[in-house]
Design a protein around this ligand. Structure first.
Ligand SMILES: [Zn+2]
Length: 170
């Protein structure tokens, strides 16, 4: 018997170590890291830019960063990489909400979050209704596609152009 999961990729991989995937508090799939379909459509409909990839199952979404301007820690090392790196004392960890990992000293460089953030969306998280909704937005040219302005490879459920062959009647 297979545990139920929200993640079709986890289901396909059959990899359930740690249990079935869940939506994390930050709105991403705990197995593949995809944003939720709801959030994806919200971003598209708000006119946020989609960045095409060469994969038929993935797109990147550039959207405003909810943490814009806030100082956060996104890099750490066990040595002082540059003079502006600071030691992750308990006070520093507390101040930036940073969780140390492993043993030994950690050095971090708090820096301001940028105005935009790029998240990924995996198309296999769409159900059939979601695929229809996607196609309607695409056909209606209501999707803002970053360079080159089209999908290099169409999403796996999308087909461009005329039918390959029209059935011939004898
Ligand atoms: Zn997933």
């Amino acid at each position: 018997m297979t545990a139920e999961t929200i993640c079709p990729r986890q289901k396909a991989d059959g990899f359930y170590l740690g249990g079935p995937a869940t939506w994390r508090d930050n709105g991403t799939c705990s197995y593949c890291g995809s944003m939720t379909p709801e959030r994806f459509f919200e971003c598209v409909e708000a006119g946020n830019e989609l960045v095409p990839t060469d994969k038929n199952y993935k797109v990147y979404v550039r959207h405003p960063n909810p943490l814009a301007g806030q100082m956060t820690i996104r890099s750490s090392a066990n040595f002082q990489v540059a003079s502006d790196w600071i030691e992750a004392t308990p006070e520093v960890c507390e101040q930036y909400g940073w969780k140390p990992y492993g043993d030994g000293p950690h050095w971090v460089n708090p820096s301001p979050e940028g105005p935009t953030e790029t998240s990924k969306f995996y198309f296999y998280h769409l159900d059939e209704a979601g695929m229809h909704r996607f196609i309607e937005l695409l056909n209606g040219k209501r999707m803002k596609l970053a360079y080159p302005g089209h999908f290099y490879v169409p999403p796996f459920f999308v087909r461009f152009g005329a039918p390959a062959e029209t059935a011939k009647t004898p």
